[in-house]
Design a binder for this molecule. Structure first.
Ligand code: SF4
Ligand code: SF4
Length: 438
């Protein structure tokens, strides 16, 4: 294993912008393109923009380290042109190098790996494949910042995030991993409504929660607070059975969900309107219709933007993928993807998406603030990354320092180490988490 891979493994660096894939694995590949994902397209979240604006040189240092490990011939930063300050900061930091930028439009979902690889290289990842199949590795900007810190010996103890929506002072800041959401909301000046829920890491692809004791992990992108009776919360809370029942009776097969699906427009065989048919054909045919969901990336556009009847094609795709897995079958698209001639005309601008989601009033800057949160207690999850959960290496009563390793990988399994984010005493160790009080 290379020195960089060892450093990333020991510092617990994982993808900060998605499922938390351990980054050391990506150093063990050789590629042509290193694509840096600064596309950030979840409505209302602007934390990557703030990070690029304020920490561009750290991000570029991380990109240099990853580029050298992967021997990438090209290193390209994907940033939206509307984020002029971020573009400027990145371009200033790469000046004099052969790294470059690809400027993206303000569309959803421009940060999807398949989209970014296409925008950055003109290549299409084979159906069911990963960027490596077309000589690319894609890494989020915050992950690269953490790579640079790991090279200097600093483990991942804090997460950069935005707190926005119905809060008094929307902002972006570093929060110790394990901090409760209650403390995040307080740091943003508290909520502007007494009865609320919040989306964790995004309205489109994140999850809805009401649990203030839930905690920050290495992949938390932010909190978006909305009133409890907001359209999005009401929609998200509908029981799955009722989503299916309504879909079965109300879907008129207009196929708008498919016509706006970004994966379909890139040429992949994703057709949510066909998956919707499976709701009405459970005795026969469901398995066939379900195949059209295999390559869905769960971006949510069909459910939250395209469907004129407010139905749930994305959720039908989720169920279809689950059913295919249970049945042990995997659909593989045989034909090479071919970009739809209408792709460019059917992209969804963020402004239109915000309007459709009824969150225009909550669009606000989330300026970076060095808030220096000092929680008196943190709960650090053992599983906050792809692969195996970490195994606790501390016991109740142990004194730990911020940055000290408290959970480790078992053998050579895929996973990530975890570290204390504060100085304190271990108060509890369970199968799920380690609690530390300062
Ligand atoms: S857009 Fe809605 S109504 Fe039209 S096919 Fe899709 S799920 Fe059915
Ligand atoms: S969630 Fe809907 S729009 Fe998004 S990829 Fe899946 S089917 Fe397509």
């Amino acid at each position: 294993m290379s020195t960089l891979a060892e450093q990333l493994k020991s510092c617990g660096v994982v993808g900060a912008g998605g499922a938390g894939f351990p980054t050391y694995v990506k150093t063990q590949t050789e590629v042509e393109y290193l694509l840096v994902n600064g596309a950030e397209c979840e409505p209302l979240l602007h934390k990557d923009y703030e990070l690029m604006k304020h920490c561009a040189s750290g991000i570029v240092q991380g990109a240099k380290a990853m580029r050298s490990a992967t021997r990438a011939r090209y290193a390209r930063f994907g940033v939206k042109s509307k984020n002029a300050a971020a573009v400027e900061a990145i371009q200033a930091s790469i000046a004099g190098t052969d790294m470059d930028t690809v400027l993206l439009g303000d569309f959803y979902p421009s940060g999807d790996e398949f989209e970014l690889v296409y925008s950055g290289t003109g290549r299409l990842i084979p159906p069911g494949g990963i960027p490596l199949a077309v000589g690319c590795v894609v890494i989020n900007v915050e992950t690269l910042y953490n790579v640079a810190r790991a090279v200097d010996g600093h483990p991942v103890t804090h997460k950069f995030l935005s707190v926005t929506g119905a809060v008094r002072k929307p902002k972006s800041f570093w929060a110790p991993v394990g901090t409760s959401f209650r403390e995040l909301l307080a740091a943003a000046g508290g909520t502007t409504t007494a009865d609320y829920g919040f989306f964790i890491s995004g309205i489109m692809m994140g999850r809805l929660s009401f649990d203030l004791d839930d905690v920050v992990t290495k992949t938390t992108g932010g909190l978006i607070v909305l009133p409890r009776d907001h359209y999005l919360i009401v929609r998200k809370e509908r029981p799955q059975q009722s989503m299916r029942r309504i879909g079965k009776s109300a879907c008129d097969q207009c196929s708008f969900c498919t016509e706006f699906c970004p994966r379909y427009l890139l040429g992949y065989d994703v057709q949510p309107h066909k998956v919707m048919r499976s709701l009405g054909f459970t005795a026969s045919g469901a398995a066939l219709w379900n195949q059209s969901a295999e390559l869905c990336c769960a971006c949510g556009l069909c459910t939250l933007y395209a469907c004129p009847e407010d139905l749930y094609p994305k959720e039908a795709c989720d169920q279809a993928k689950h059913d295919l897995r249970e049945a042990g079958t995997k659909y593989v698209q045989k034909n090479a993807p071919l970009v739809h001639p209408m792709k460019d005309s059917r992209r969804v601008p963020l402004a239109m998406l915000r309007r459709r989601l009824k969150v225009e009033d909550y669009e606000a800057e989330t300026p970076f603030e060095d808030v220096k949160l000092t929680p008196s207690r943190v709960r650090i999850l053992l599983k906050q990354h792809a692969g195996q959960a970490a195994v606790a290496v501390v016991r109740v009563g142990d004194r730990v320092r911020a940055g000290e390793r408290i959970g480790d990988l078992e053998g050579n399994r895929l996973g990530a180490a975890i570290h204390s984010s504060i100085d304190g005493t271990v108060k509890a160790v369970t199968d799920a988490a380690i609690e530390i009080a300062s």
